[in-house]
Design a binder for this molecule. Structure first.
Ligand code: GDP
Length: 490
């Protein structure tokens, strides 16, 4: 399998600037040391980030499943005993959303674990173990099956949820949980997109101080909440040291954490070699449609979205213009003598209609500069089935294939696209959502940074205790291009 490199003679840094360590069994997880061959990173990780990752690995190993520390901590949790924190404090992530969301939430939660010296454990029932290799050496990040709590049953309304605890204390006239006497032995943090004011107080420094004293945190989120961590004063120095280039958080952490399992990686590299490797340029187009057609959400066909793709790709010179249909053959002949370039387009979509139409257009019309355009789409699943393992494997393969392109057009709002751009280290051209089936003007715009957007960012100033525009507090956290109320790091 070693000849799958797109450029076998080019030196590449298999350890991604020190993010990864040697010593994992290469055969059991080929993507870990091969991904470096398929993208050019715009940034090198800071020595401090590398130091902290190594420290975290030691902590994961010291406190992870099967260790004495873990057994004691889970025993206390089972008995309902109130405990103080020890050297081993835990953060357990429950998982439920689509794959893009999952990658963003895992990355956010990992960074939070790093900032608060907790061990990250993830839900074992949502096939994370089938999709990704273990990220930490000598231990597992999957929570053991005999974990004492039924975390899958927790909801926003559970009494253990932080928002509820706060509300109950407020109702009892005590706004300071730490004064309430007994410390809870665990707290459930509900940070899904539909959470409310009290849940979101998680993002306040005082609340962080309280949570620091709780040994077990169980967290449910489908969001990239990193931008709001950058607004918590207590974390700012550390974040600055970890990420001197602030807009590389997802890029580095995702390349550290995610390594597709061998079968997915085999699909990815085979597809790359077959369809993408030989082209002079690779353009990724991620088509995610949120329009409503009838009662159901459908993927079209929507001609205005096809027009949007063409306008974006051609205005931004990502794909060549086409000549007049009548003169196709003639232009082609002339052009062929000028140019034998091929552009490989990788489209991803739940529908095959858009890529078929793009290919048809380039088959029927010659390009003005004679470039050949070939369009490839690995799958068309028609609708989202996030509980289906095969479906998720295809989705993951496509996120990685998109990340191996040279230029990227994404659909605004979509975490699937965010994951691809972040892994790649590319600033995509984002296609905005269309209103009433009209192509937006402009159809797309270049992203300010490679970071994902936090769709559900709080807008509460914890100190002043009132709502405020948090997109204007520090220069490196701004409102997103595609989600005006969201926040992203730039
Ligand atoms: P988002 O909903 O666009 O933010 O992205 P998510 O990845 O969180 O959820 C969408 C899910 O729908 C994906 O995980 C896939 O299961 C499916 N899906 C959406 N677009 C595509 C696509 O282009 N290719 C494939 N294979 N699946 C897709």
């Amino acid at each position: 399998l070693d000849d799958i490199s797109p450029s076998p003679h080019i030196e590449y840094d298999r350890l991604l600037g020190g993010l990864l360590i040697d010593g994992f069994d290469e055969k059991s997880c080929r993507s870990r040391y091969q991904f470096a061959r398929y993208h050019t990173s715009p940034s090198i990780p800071s020595p401090y980030l590398i130091e902290r990752l190594r420290k975290q690995e030691l902590l994961q190993k010291k406190c992870g499943p099967g260790t004495k520390a873990y057994n004691e901590a889970s025993k206390k949790l089972r008995s309902g005993q109130s405990t103080n924190t020890t050297d081993c404090n835990y953060l357990l992530l429950t998982i439920h959303a689509g794959l893009g969301n999952r990658m963003l939430e895992i990355t956010s939660v990992f960074l939070y674990a790093l900032l608060t010296n907790r061990i990250l454990l993830v839900d074992r029932y949502m096939e994370i173990g089938d999709l990704f290799c273990e990220p930490f050496p000598g231990t597992s990040w999957l929570v053991p099956s005999d974990f004492p709590l039924n975390y899958g049953d927790f909801t926003q309304r559970s009494p253990e949820s932080y928002g509820n605890m706060l509300q109950n204390k407020v109702a009892a006239g005590n706004t300071d949980l730490s004064l309430a006497g007994t410390r809870p032995h665990y707290v459930f943090l509900y940070l899904d997109g539909d959470n409310d004011f009290h849940d979101r107080l998680f993002f306040c420094e005082d609340d962080q101080r309280f949570l620091q004293g709780v040994q077990w945190l169980i967290i449910r989120t489908d969001m990239y909440f990193v931008p709001s961590l950058f607004l918590i004063p207590a974390f700012q120095d550390e974040l600055g040291r970890l990420f001197p280039e602030k807009d590389t958080v997802f890029h580095h952490l995702a390349r550290y954490l995610f390594h597709p399992s061998n079968d997915i990686w085999y699909t990815v590299t085979k597809y790359y070699r077959f369809y993408l490797a030989k082209a002079e340029k690779r353009v990724g187009i991620q088509i995610r449609i949120y329009e409503k057609k009838g009662i159901l959400q459908r993927n079209g066909p929507f001609p205005h979205i096809l027009n949007q793709i063409f306008s974006c790709a051609q205005n931004e010179k990502l794909l060549p213009e086409i000549g007049m249909a009548e003169g196709a053959a003639e232009t082609q002949n002339k052009a062929q003598t000028q140019n034998n370039r091929t552009i490989a387009v990788l489209t991803t979509s739940l529908s095959s209609w858009y890529s078929d139409q793009i290919q048809k257009k380039y088959d029927e019309h010659a390009t003005v500069d004679g470039t050949t355009v070939e369009v490839h789409q690995p799958s068309h699943e028609e609708y989202q089935r996030s509980k289906n393992k095969k479906h998720n494997k295809k989705a993951l393969a496509e996120i990685y294939l998109l990340s191996m392109t040279d230029e990227l057009i994404t659909s605004g709002f979509s975490t699937f696209g965010y994951a691809a751009q972040g892994l790649a280290g590319l600033k995509p051209w984002i296609m905005f959502r269309s209103e009433s089936h009209v192509v937006p003007d402009p159809p797309c715009d270049r992203a300010m940074s490679i970071e994902p957007c936090f769709h559900n960012a709080p807008f509460y100033d914890c100190k002043a205790k009132r709502n405020t525009d948090l997109g204007k507090v520090v220069p490196y956290v701004r409102h997103c291009e595609d989600v005006s109320w969201g926040l992203k790091i730039v």
